[in-house]
Write a protein that binds this ligand. Structure first.
Ligand code: COA
Length: 561
């Protein structure tokens, strides 16, 4: 093993570039090309990749440091004789860092620019002139993707305001406006591949009679002299234009009802932009906490956490989050953390409730005969060592109804394009446990006897309460039964266990007077509620399923048919 000092590569002449992110820590093992640092000048950010694989022994820079070519970044312990153990100079000229540095527009002060300056040296003139703003020298990079348009036609921009953001594999850079004026035409769009000289926009630039015109004169002049690239502002101007850019963002917003992504200046490094793209995050909605409100990775994490906390509101559902109340203000409280299972259940319930249009239908099944039969069988059940509750009957009847009503035994495909009909009948049963709600699944319910179902449901409920269920025993359900009958209640609206399309809620059996045509008879009535996904099942389907189910429970001989 040998130690090698990894240094800042050629930054294209840029001096004192700020370190905005250190991507590694002491002890990390890095692969060649892994990002070590993210640097940022006024106009571009770039990642400095590892020129070779190895272990980080020490780090010589911190966030906020200003670095220049040749400054030590870190010491890397590399394998001796490894191909990658290149010389320092090779390390410094790793292709990525080259391109990153070369793409630093700020470093190109002396390079030929691509601006047509139609009104050359006319800053004193009061006449309006049209300027075509072109992509500056981007260090030889060809076909760099336009990832953001920061302005739209009609926008007033100040010199230094970002017009577009370009992004290569390793660096992203903002191309600022070289003048103050109005964007009269956008000549480029997101996704275009840009190279030096590609036209970005046409700008109407005013004469020098107003305050803003004076600024045009001030900032445009050096560029005119050197015919410099759009980004090539003399050093002292950079701070001023950055400030102008920030203060100008309000006026850009107010004059242009452009989408949020176009209305707000976004400062973020390539790593952050890449991450945001991967997660589909609109960076204009993220608040940056870095220098100049730059968005750092932590800001993305915080934003995602915030989304997770208030998914509906954040997703644009228009639902305001529940206010955070200090309950202790009103009396003594005790805060108990939720179990993992509780949190998972909450998330699943919420997801299902928001994604599936639920309709719940209610009915009472006359289970007088079923209950008589069940009582008759009690002794035999005891001999067999099982308890015959109403549940096995409900399972059996539901399985028959699912077989007869195939849509209830189906799931909507994730893309919403098709229905997946299942040729098996696996039914989940909600079990209340001290750790939370779990739903073990009884397989092939339609093929099992009442005894088998009684035995298996009791066994699975016991396993659930003892937290001994295996994941496979909770998967593959086609339909769920949630029985609160032993607890109480006259009815409830169960939430569908998506991607299933229906769930049966069972409440407490009660003796009710039922009219038989001649008089009221005392009948044992079982309150049932059926919630179904209205995308898949319509009211008539549900009525048929429910009637058949109730009929089977009313006369269990029908289960034999
Ligand atoms: N009406 C009246 N009594 C009922 C009933 C009903 N609908 N359902 C069950 N009972 C009776 C049973 O017959 C039994 O009485 P018994 O001992 O005199 O025969 C008693 O209530 C207890 O039954 P239980 O042991 O709970 O068995 P079960 O087969 O009815 O239910 C579970 C098994 C696992 C479903 C049940 O224990 C459970 O956990 N239920 C809660 C489900 C839940 O939390 N759902 C909410 C989802 S949001």
């Amino acid at each position: 093993m040998t130690k090698e000092t990894i240094k800042i590569p050629d930054l294209g002449g840029g001096e004192g570039v700020e370190v905005i992110e250190v991507c590694v820590a002491v002890g990390d093992v890095v692969e060649q090309e892994d990002s070590l640092l993210v640097l940022e000048s006024d106009k571009a950010s770039m990642e400095v990749p590892a020129p070779k694989s190895g272990k980080v022994v020490s780090i010589a820079v911190s966030v906020g440091d200003s670095v220049s070519e040749g400054d030590a970044i870190l010491e890397l312990e590399v394998a001796e004789g490894s191909d990658e153990a290149a010389s320092e100079s090779e390390a410094e000229s790793a292709p990525e860092s080259e391109s990153a540095s070369e793409q630093t527009p700020a470093a190109d002060d002396d390079t030929d620019g691509g601006n047509d300056r139609a009104g050359d040296a006319q800053s004193e003139s009061t006449a309006e002139r049209t300027e075509t703003v072109k992509v500056p020298d981007v260090g030889g990079g060809e076909g760099i993707e336009v990832i953001e348009l920061c302005v739209a036609e009609g926008d007033e921009v100040s010199e230094g305001d970002s017009l577009i953001v370009l992004e290569s594999d390793k660096a992203s850079m903002e191309v600022p406006a070289p003048f103050t004026g109005v964007v009269s035409a956008m000549l480029i769009k997101v996704g275009d591949a840009a190279s030096e000289g590609t036209a970005i926009a046409e700008m109407r630039v005013a004469g020098a009679t107003s305050a803003s015109d004076a600024k045009v004169e001030q900032t445009a002049q050096p560029a005119e002299k050197a015919d410099a690239p759009v980004s090539a502002e003399p050093e002292p101007k950079r701070e001023a234009s950055a400030a102008a850019r920030e203060s100008a963002s309000t006026s850009v917003n107010s004059t242009s009802p452009a989408p949020a992504a176009q209305g707000k200046q976004v400062y973020a490094g390539p790593a952050v932009r890449k991450l945001a793209r991967e997660f589909g995050i609109d960076l204009s909605k993220v608040s940056g906490t870095g220098p100049r409100k730059r968005i750092v990775k932590e800001d993305l994490h915080a934003y995602v956490k915030q989304l997770a906390k208030a998914p509906a509101a954040a997703a644009g559902g228009g639902i305001a989050p529940i206010p955070d109340v200090d309950f202790a203000k009103f009396g003594e409280v005790d805060i108990q953390p939720l179990s993992k299972l509780d949190k998972l259940t909450a998330a699943n319930m919420h997801r299902s409730w928001l994604n599936l249009p639920h309709v719940t239908q209610f009915d009472d099944a006359d289970v007088t005969e079923l209950e008589d039969f069940r009582r008759e069988m009690k002794k035999e059940a005891e001999q067999r060592g099982v308890k015959l509750t109403p549940l096995p009957f409900l399972l059996k009847a539901a399985a028959a109804a699912l077989r007869a009503n195939a849509k209830f035994n189906a799931s909507l495909s994730a893309d919403g394009e098709s229905l997946v009909y299942k040729h098996y009948v696996h039914i989940g049963m909600a079990v209340d446990t001290p750790a939370g709600l779990v739903v073990p699944v009884i397989r092939d319910v339609d093929k099992k006897s009442l005894w088998e179902l009684a035995e298996e449901s009791a066994e699975l409920a016991k396993k659930a309460r003892e937290r001994k269920l295996k994941p496979a025993e909770m998967q593959g359900g086609c339909f769920t039964i949630s029985s609160l009958g032993s607890i109480g209640g006259t009815g409830f609206t169960p939430i569908i266990n998506a991607p299933e399309v229906a769930i049966l809620g069972v409440s407490k059996l009660a003796v009710k007077p039922v009219w038989d045509g001649d008089g009221f008879q005392p009948r044992k009535m079982l309150p049932l509620s059926l919630s179904y996904d209205h995308r898949v099942i319509n009211g008539a389907d549900a009525g048929k399923f429910f009637t058949e189910l109730a009929q089977m429970l009313a006369d269990i001989r029908r289960l034999l048919l």
